[in-house]
Design a protein around this ligand. Structure first.
Ligand code: SF4
Ligand code: SF4
Length: 563
């Protein structure tokens, strides 16, 4: 039974047209494996995984191809068996049109799995379970793709009062959680049981918007069975009023428990943690079946003949899914996600990733171009609609004027980009575009500042190192000079010593006098320049030469001794 009396309201929100029926008339189908899978390595919040494969390598389905690298990183796996044909930059499913590193696999149609081993989480430590889920690539499938292992932490108290499962799925057109709950309710609750055990949570509340009666019925039946098996009544399914964005984690916590988690704080500090129902299913698959996250349910809807939900391997081109649903000729765009929070894709050939809950095909008829933007009239309608209690028009003014510091003062980063403000704005101002612009500018400046700080630190370190080397050189030179002086002083002292015998003393004096005479004579004339001399001068030079030879002869033993 749903428990309506427990519900609390939340500020703001809107009631757009939901367009959900078109994609729920058929059960989930499995999308065919494409010939080429383009699997981006970076598919979740946190650091990009490092590639573990090279071109030419054969890979099996479920084999890790990207290893978690750094604190908040999460692994990525081959979605099918085949051969890696490239590890290269490819276009990402993002409005920016930027590329990122991808592993391209040519599939072999054999669908060969790696050996799947269930994980015995009951005999593992919490750290081991978290490491296992990180390496299994399990991330939040509600759209935020936050690594699940980081959220499986009961906070300061080591236990929680409430584990919330989010099945609200409030965004128009998207029904992937709805059909998952209809068809795989028991498996979702098995995943929830694992999370409950890890978080020591007292109870489990499953919030589902009341426009999904089939999902509510299926989950209630599964909850009754699970409660009976556990002999308790810990799991409750709660139908919540349909109002966008009731599926925001903080909004759903507020509606189900009455707890208002303040800006910048964690819900675990208030005894609550919230996971998407798809994430609970992925945890069950990873732990009890040993299957890493390689696929998800994706709604294909919008301007197509037959909207439907498919189980899709990550890396499958969106155009393959759109072809399955037969897009209409006037289609002019593809959006990943819903019309309120979705991202316009740079093309149809971008791959399905973990964040892809919906591939929405658009046309001018389905999404008419908005009338021209008019000036803000300060009517305050945006503030009334904002579920995050912000002042959207103030953030708009400062974002537009590029006074980003003031925009931040108005809590720009608490904006969940739900689009309610733009939806109600009578001036048709695309407010969320301004907020996204301001956020990306602030992030870019932060990155630039960090890079400048690193460069400055490196420069200062280089200056320090050069100064140290200069000082070391000066010290070495001073030491060398001092050693030279000591040596010279020692030589003088040695020369001042008296000779051992009077004969040697006399001989030394004789040698010194002769050397002095020779130096004087050498300064007068050089034997090689005798050609121009008179015969008398030549005779004198010969005499000098003879005396030099005599002196050298006398000096020989003494010089050898000095050597
Ligand atoms: S709703 Fe639009 S016109 Fe009204 S205050 Fe907000 S931004 Fe301005
Ligand atoms: S987009 Fe941001 S500012 Fe606008 S209503 Fe949503 S949370 Fe508020």
């Amino acid at each position: 039974m749903s428990v309506l009396q427990r519900l609390f309201g939340f500020h703001g929100g809107v009631k757009p047209d939901y367009h959900k029926d078109a994609s729920t008339s058929l059960p989930i189908a499995v999308a065919p494996t494409p010939t080429f899978l383009v699997i981006p390595l970076h598919q979740s919040i946190g650091g990009p995984p490092r590639p573990l494969v090279k071109a030419g390598e054969r890979v099996l389905k479920g084999q890790r191809i990207g290893g978690a690298d750094g604190n908040a990183s999460s692994a990525v796996h081959a979605s099918a068996s085949g051969t890696v044909v490239a590890v290269e930059m490819r276009l990402m499913p993002h409005t920016s049109g930027l590329s990122a590193m991808c592993v391209v696999i040519e599939t072999d149609g054999r669908d060969e799995w790696v050996a799947n081993q269930p994980f015995d989480y009951r005999s593992a430590t919490p750290t081991q379970i978290r490491d296992y889920l990180r390496d299994a690539g399990v991330v939040g499938l509600g759209g935020a793709v936050f690594p699940t292992y980081l959220k499986l932490n009961a906070g300061k108290q080591g236990k929680l009062d409430t584990l919330v499962l989010n099945g609200a799925e409030c965004e128009p057109f998207i029904t992937c959680d709805d059909v998952l709950m209809r068809e795989r309710a028991a498996a979702i609750l098995k995943g929830a049981a694992i999370m409950r055990e890890m978080l020591a949570a007292g109870k489990v509340l499953i919030g589902i918007e009341d426009n999904k009666p089939e999902a509510i019925a299926a989950m209630e039946a599964a909850a009754r069975a699970a409660n009976a098996a556990a002999a308790d009544a810990a799991i409750e399914v709660v139908a919540v009023p349909t109002r966008y964005p009731a599926g925001g984690a903080k909004k759903l916590i507020r509606v189900l428990t009455g707890i208002e988690v303040p800006h910048g704080e964690r819900s675990t500090d208030y005894g609550v943690q919230c996971f998407n129902v798809g994430t609970a299913y992925a945890i069950h698959e990873a732990i009890e079946l040993g299957r890493p996250l390689i696929s998800r349910i994706v709604t294909v809807a919008g301007n197509v003949k037959q909207a439907r939900n498919y189980e899709v391997l990550f890396g499958t081109p969106m155009q393959d899914l759109i072809a399955l649903c037969d897009k209409l000729p006037d289609s002019d765009r593809v959006i990943m996600g819903g019309p309120m929070m979705g991202l316009l894709m740079p093309g149809e050939d971008v791959p399905v990733v973990k964040a892809t809950n919906c591939v929405l095909v658009g046309s001018k008829k389905l999404f008419p171009p908005p009338p021209p933007e008019m000036p803000c009239i300060r009517c305050g309608e945006c503030a009334k609609a904002c579920p995050a209690d912000l002042q959207p028009f103030e953030m708009y003014w400062f974002s537009r004027a590029k006074i980003f510091g003031k925009a931040q003062e108005y809590n720009l980063f608490d904006c969940i980009e739900c689009g309610c403000c733009a939806y109600v704005c009578p001036s048709r101002i695309p407010l969320v575009d301004y907020y996204r612009f301001a956020k990306s500018e602030i992030w870019a400046r932060e990155v630039e500042k960090e890079a400048a700080d690193v460069a400055r630190e490196r420069y200062e370190f280089r200056l320090l190192r050069e100064e140290r080397e200069k000082q070391e050189k000066a010290a070495k030179l001073a030491a060398k000079t001092a050693a030279g002086r000591e040596k010279a002083a020692a030589a003088v002292a040695e020369a001042a010593k008296p000779a051992a015998t009077p004969e040697e003393e006399a001989k030394k004096a004789l040698i010194a006098a002769a050397l002095e005479r020779a130096r004087a004579e050498k300064s007068l004339v050089h034997p090689e320049n005798t050609a121009d001399l008179t015969p008398e001068q030549q005779a004198e030079v010969s005499a000098i030469e003879a005396r030099r030879a005599e002196i050298r002869e006398m000096a020989k033993p003494q010089l050898r001794q000095d050597d």
